[in-house]
Design a protein around this ligand. Structure first.
Ligand SMILES: C[S@@+](CC[C@H](N)C(=O)[O-])C[C@H]1O[C@@H](n2cnc3c(N)ncnc32)[C@H](O)[C@@H]1O
Length: 207
């Protein structure tokens, strides 16, 4: 039987970022309907942790892996006015563009060098992107570079990383004095009406 998370599982098994973008380009027009069907929780969890720790200002915010702009809609409603989005899928960005919540949307890949200047953002938020077949944890290095000292990075981490490489990566960044741990959510299911996809949201502050 075809289910709403079929394409998500296809993306999990992508062998490289080109394959990931192809899955999402193909999925873009139905993505939000499918995710609503499964009770998708990442954007609400990330936005809640943002609102808890980062006061809205005029400073720029980066939505890393913005997709169709679900997180951007919530952050706009919460009062963060200057949001830039990046994503690996041009098809997803085209849908996000229609919502008019972003200053700029750009086709870029986490895990590669980003085009933004150092310290360009006060906040980076990322929902549903640090998981298998999507962004590699090394994508955090560039997100740290583009976040100003004192700024925050708030992002969901999927179980595959939580039970594997994330602890090592996070400690490496802490020991290098690049960020400090601020807070984390409890673990939650990001697709509770159809699947069991456990994740956790983390908040770090840039040093
Ligand atoms: C599950 S969707 C989440 C989209 C949006 N943040 C949300 O919560 O609805 C994952 C998104 O990450 C993007 N993505 C996957 N790998 C990426 C990478 N390496 N760099 C940038 N975006 C990536 C996909 O194109 C897709 O739009």
């Amino acid at each position: 039987m075809k289910t709403s998370t079929d394409k998500l599982h296809r993306a999990y098994h992508a062998k490289n970022s080109t394959e990931t973008s192809e899955v999402y380009d193909d999925w873009a027009s139905e993505y939000e309907q499918h995710m609503k069907n499964v009770g998708y929780t990442h954007p609400a969890m990330v936005a809640s942790m943002v609102a808890r720790h980062v006061v809205p200002t005029e400073e720029r915010v980066l939505d890393a892996g913005a997709g169709t702009g679900v997180l951007g809609e919530i952050l706009t409603a919460l009062g963060y006015p200057n949001i830039v989005g990046l994503d690996a899928s041009e098809g997803m960005l085209k849908v996000a563009q229609l919502k008019n919540n972003y200053l700029e949307l750009t086709h870029q890949f986490l895990g590669k060098t980003l085009t933004f200047d150092d310290d360009a953002f006060a906040l980076v938020a990322s929902s549903g992107v640090f998981t298998q077949g999507h962004a590699p944890l090394d994508g955090l290095d560039e997100l740290i570079r583009v976040t100003r000292p004192g700024g925050h990075i708030v992002f969901s981490v999927a179980r595959t990383y939580l039970e594997g490489l994330f602890e090592e990566k996070r400690q490496q960044l802490e020991q290098a004095n690049l960020w400090r741990y601020v807070d984390s959510s409890s673990r939650y299911n990001s697709a509770p009406l159809e699947d069991t996809l456990i994740s956790q949201v983390f908040v770090f502050q840039i040093i």
